[in-house]
Design a protein around this ligand. Structure first.
Ligand code: WTA
Length: 633
């Protein structure tokens, strides 16, 4: 196993070492894994193109490290523990041995359906064990998984299938989520009707049962394809830099891009970070409430925990079904030791009152984690005191889809915490703050653009099919640095606090969204001339979506029109992107070169119209007054 740091002194020593001798440090971590052939060069990199390669020419398969390697020592230990949406349904569990067999069977079924190394397989599935199993089955045979969060619309799914020219979609028939029953297969059918010509097979897992439309030759039942398969499937030999998966994420411009992660570095880093951040011990039950459709689920439900031989829990449902005590009921039931969730869930549950927490015995909890957005002080203290009873250190983990693993965080019980601060970088991570001119700010007690100046094993390698976009987005703002898109503060002790995005990305309930993406969706409505979307502070969601819209004709029925706009966005992206507030405006403040002045729109949306700065240089200064008057906050 990789190093597990046990004291602040050890952390400081490991950090120092990882900066002085990064290659030696990571080679040491990597040597505890199972390799078929050892790498010959630990690292080759430059951030200009960019080109980053770790553990060059190493050969192995990540699933042998997640599964085969554990069979002897912990074959009968639970690998995946699954809790259903329905609180009365029994939990399911898979031991390492059982998981290994299931993964092999699905891997053979994929092969029998023409999937091989390098082929892209799209997932559109609820949080059932079969999702994790099939993801690992792809990795077993070298196929590239592209998991799409099942809350996205058919159009968004089609966009992602087309971008990665996927050969197969794996989905379920229906999905139980809270009190809702979602027709998953029908959404896939709708996506495929939008020109996904590369799809040869749709593999359908029967989850809830119920009628589905069936297209012979394309649609295949999971149980018919998988049940009779051989429970052994040799692992495809992969190179460290072979692609492991694609995961789409939003940026400031255009459509979501496919972030590409490769096998070697991702394996080392997710295992290393999992063990150190959460201080996982043998026999612990670890629960991350994320969805596997997001990076948090990839790295810290599936890969990191399984690589570390942990018991990892998957939950099908939502925090408030059947009531706001569900998370805590599950923690008590399974004696969860490490609990990892998002600030938006913490705030939502906090709003329901302490009695939902106090009803349950949470004494098993040793570590509390948070991820996805800045955590406000009130939520931090509630989490610490009401959930953790002051006994469970909080790890506020800052990272991104692109970073593959946690970058800045406390190590539970090992390094200090500070409310609302992600605190210190992980060993091997070299963050820095940069000013508007691109100069690194070296002193403390400052704010700046958060960058990383040295490669780490799990960083993105490219954006699928468009390497130039990767360079442009992350490596062109500041020379020789990876730019995160976040602003951060560093206190007098060198601890980092993430302030939030400084680009046109908003973070709604921990979901990343490009304002341009939402605008494009709104503009699909035939009555819309132009729109501008900004984030505004929202008590539960962190940020809400505020849309300013210019319509072709006067809006007489505002409620009706607003509903139509929300429907268009739901159709184009999904319900998570629906604007919370919509204001119909006669114009948008623009510079003389025609650029929308978002700064002004953001201020108005935040309810602060006191000092909008100099608007006299605008093309249309009058419009600002009228927007202020009609503001929805
Ligand atoms: C934000 C999620 C503050 C940040 C793993 C980042 C955070 C974006 C934190 C990435 C945190 C994530 N504190 N902000 N602990 N964690 N963020 O790609 O703005 O879905 O850039 O990855 O979420 O979101 P993504």
């Amino acid at each position: 196993m990789t190093l597990q740091i046990k004291s602040f002194e050890e952390y400081k020593a490991a950090y120092e070492r990882s900066v002085q001798d990064p290659e030696g440090f990571w080679a040491e971590q990597a040597s505890s894994f199972y390799w078929k052939e050892k790498w010959d060069t630990t690292l080759e990199w430059e951030f200009k193109s960019p080109s980053v390669k770790w553990f060059l020419n190493g050969k192995f398969n990540i699933t042998e490290n997640c599964l085969d390697r554990h069979l002897e020592s912990r074959g009968d230990q639970v690998a995946i523990l699954w809790e259903a949406n329905d609180p009365n349904a029994p939990a399911k569990s898979y031991t390492y041995k059982q998981l290994y067999i299931e993964v092999c069977k699905v891997a053979n079924a994929l092969k029998a359906n023409g999937i091989g190394k390098g082929d892209r397989v799209c997932f559109y599935m609820p949080m059932v064990p079969e999702l994790a199993i099939a993801v690992l089955a792809c990795a077993r045979i070298g196929a590239v998984h592209s998991v799409v969060f099942a809350g996205f619309s058919a159009t968004a799914l089609a966009d992602r299938i087309k971008d990665a020219t996927c050969k197969m979609v794996i989905c379920s028939d229906y999905n139980n989520r809270g009190a809702k029953n979602i027709p998953v297969k029908a959404i896939v059918d709708d996506a495929l009707s939008q020109g996904c010509d590369s799809i040869e097979t749709v593999l359908v897992h029967r989850n809830t049962g119920g009628d589905v439309n069936w297209q012979e030759n394309i649609d295949k039942w999971w149980h018919e394809e998988v049940d009779g398969q051989n429970p052994y499937c040799p692992a495809e030999v992969m190179d460290s830099e072979d692609m492991l998966f694609i995961l789409y994420t939003s940026g400031s411009t255009g459509k979501p891009k496919g972030v590409v992660h490769t096998c070697g570095g991702y394996m080392i880093y997710t295992c290393f970070s999992f063990r150190n951040v959460f201080q996982y011990q043998e026999g612990d039950v670890y629960w991350c409430t994320a969805d596997i459709g997001w990076i948090t689920g990839h790295s810290y439900i599936v890969y990191g925990p399984l690589l570390a031989g942990a018991t990892t829990m998957m939950f099908e449902g939502i925090p408030t079904y059947p009531d706001a005590g569900r998370f805590w009921e599950i923690c008590e039931k399974h004696k969860v030791n490490q609990f990892y969730t998002a600030p938006t869930a913490i705030r939502a549950l906090m709003a329901h009152g302490n009695e939902y927490v106090n009803k349950y015995d949470l004494s098993s909890i040793k570590v509390l984690g948070t991820v996805g957005e800045p955590i406000n002080a009130e939520a931090w203290h509630w989490y610490n005191e009401v959930v953790g009873k002051g006994n469970a250190p909080i790890v506020d983990t800052w990272w991104q889809t692109e970073t593959g693993g946690i970058m800045i965080t406390s190590l539970a019980g090992v390094t200090p915490t500070k409310p609302t601060y992600a605190t210190l970088p992980m060993p091997g991570i070299q963050p820095c703050l940069v000013d508007g001119d691109g100069n690194e700010i070296t002193e403390n007690d400052v704010e700046g653009y958060l960058c990383v100046k040295f490669p780490w094993p799990s960083m993105l390698r490219t954006t699928y099919g468009d390497h130039e976009r990767c360079r442009q987005t992350y490596f062109s703002s500041f020379t020789d640095k990876y730019f995160t898109g976040d602003g951060a503060r560093r206190d007098e002790n060198g601890m980092y606090r993430i302030i939030g995005r400084v680009d046109d990305v908003i973070n709604v309930s921990g979901h990343r969204m490009g304002t341009a993406e939402v605008e494009n969706a709104i503009n699909q409505h035939p009555g819309v001339v132009e729109s501008a979307v900004v984030g505004y502070p929202h008590d539960i969601k962190g940020q809400g979506i505020y849309a300013y819209i210019i319509t072709a004709d006067e809006v007489n029925d505002e409620d009706g029109f607003t509903k139509e706009i929300r429907d268009v966005v739901t159709r184009e992206i999904g319900p998570i992107a629906k604007p919370d507030l919509i204001q119909y405006v006669p114009g948008l403040p623009k510079t003389r070169s025609g650029k929308i002045m978002r700064r002004i729109l953001r201020k108005i949306a935040s309810g602060d119209t006191s000092n909008l700065g100099d608007v006299s240089t605008l093309l249309n200064p009058d419009v600002v007054e009228s927007i202020k008057e009609g503001a929805k906050v």
